[in-house]
Design a protein around this ligand. Structure first.
Ligand code: G3I
Length: 382
């Protein structure tokens, strides 16, 4: 090339020289484009095809779960193992469902769920051992009527955790040991029956009992928030509680962040991806795992949107992306399987605003835009 240029220079053939330089520049420019195009090709090498969520979750080492409202219902069972690799009993493992009266257990429904999950080879998140709601109808009377209410409550608590966590030992992967320790709206510990008699240490005791009953299960503390930001006062108060538990040596493995986006009460805010990620990280920095345990996003958030399901998909994408960005965020469970059956359409006051269409599958069990958005996030394509 240099030789040719020297020759043209000697011949004083300026026009041919200019032509030659232009050609060389064009070839170099094309080369740059081809090389950078190859870079894009390597990006395209990521396969963004969504087979099924469960398959993609398996490939990427992630739990994608769903709550089952009716463990024996055929319709609901269809999706487990196909779209989800983890299940939670929406109600069947709650204290009041297992024991309508203190000590009188009926495990039929919960057993059915555990057997079914075992058959499909999916993980079980146990929900929940201790909670202020859905208790045996006579629990309070039983405690208040005892000569020593504190001792009676302590004994009942121990019996319950041993009975349930012990029964499913080795089958339930993770337990929500205590659900919603905070008061409903504020920043204080909830003043429930357990707190009244045993103080905050009822949480410590519950975790120690669960550890003893099932040494392999991962033990979680589960809570909901209206604003998902590490600086929000409810998050700060909950974080401080978790730190106190750790300082007291309580055997806690993780924190469940519920992730209900109701869209009607005016008290909850849609999540911002970065703030959500920072919130999750604030717990993993304590050495804990985190999971989003009960996610749903009501369509009522977007009453004026041209395409509410695209907006909904973005919220799901943001939450999943925040979780994926945090190494010890290990899964997301949606609170229900499909828009056929969601607690938001059943429970007041939310049911007054039904239908919410808050989940990943529609009323025909078909994937919604949110489903594909989640898949793309898991595949690293969004
Ligand atoms: O089982 C009875 C049935 O016998 C009776 O005929 C019927 C009449 O209303 O009620 C049935 O119980 C209902 C139960 O769900 C089972 O379907 C209760 O009324 C109803 O209040 C209960 O709602 C559950 C709610 O927890 C109770 O607080 C929802 O299904 C369940 O999705 C919801 O789940 C909670 C999580 O556990 C914790 N985080 C919040 C989440 C949403 O509130």
């Amino acid at each position: 090339m240099a030789e040719l240029l020297r020759k043209l220079w000697k011949e004083k053939d300026g026009r041919r020289m200019a032509e030659y330089i232009v050609i060389v520049l064009i070839i170099a420019f094309a080369g740059i484009i081809i090389v950078s195009g190859c870079g894009d090709d390597s990006k395209d090498a990521i396969d963004c095809t969504c087979s099924t969520l469960a398959e993609v979750a398996e490939q990427t080492g992630f739990w994608i779960g769903a709550a089952i409202a009716d463990p024996e219902g055929d319709l609901e069972q269809k999706t487990i193992g196909v779209h989800f690799n983890s299940v939670t009993a929406e109600n069947a493992m709650k204290w009041g469902s297992l024991a309508p009266s203190v000590g009188q257990y009926d495990f039929q429904e919960a057993d059915a769920l555990v057997d079914f999950a075992d058959e499909r080879g999916v993980r079980i998140r146990g929900h929940v051992l201790v909670w202020r709601n859905q208790q045996p109808a006579d629990l309070e009377a039983e405690v208040l009527g005892a000569d020593d209410p504190e001792a009676r409550l302590r004994a009942i608590l121990a019996e319950h955790i041993e009975a349930v966590a012990g029964r499913y030992s080795g089958q339930v992967d993770t337990w929500d040991v205590v659900n919603e320790p905070m008061e409903q709206y504020g920043i204080q510990i909830d003043n429930n029956l357990f707190y009244q008699y045993l103080g905050e240490e009822y949480i410590d005791e519950s975790f120690s009992l669960a550890r003893a009953a099932d040494p392999q299960a991962r033990l979680f503390l589960n809570e909901y928030f209206y604003v998902h930001n590490p600086t929000d006062e409810r998050v700060v108060a909950f974080h401080a509680l978790v730190k106190r538990l750790l300082e007291r040596g309580v055997p806690i493995d993780g924190v469940g962040i519920q992730g209900h986006f109701w869209g009607i009460l005016g008290v909850d805010e849609l999540p911002a991806r970065t703030a959500f990620e920072e919130m999750l990280r604030s717990f993993t920095e304590l050495g804990l795992e985190v999971e989003i345990t009960e996610m749903d996003v009501s369509r009522n958030y977007f009453p004026h949107a041209e395409d509410p399901f695209a907006e909904q998909a973005q919220v799901y994408a943001d939450v999943f992306a925040a979780c994926r960005a945090v190494p010890d965020c290990i899964g997301v469970t949606t609170w229900g399987m499909s828009d056929i059956n969601t607690w938001l359409d059943r429970n007041e006051p939310f049911s007054n605003y039904a239908p919410h269409h808050p989940l990943l599958l529609d009323t025909n069990l078909q994937p919604k835009p949110a489903y594909y958005a989640v898949c793309e996030v898991l595949l690293g394509c969004r």
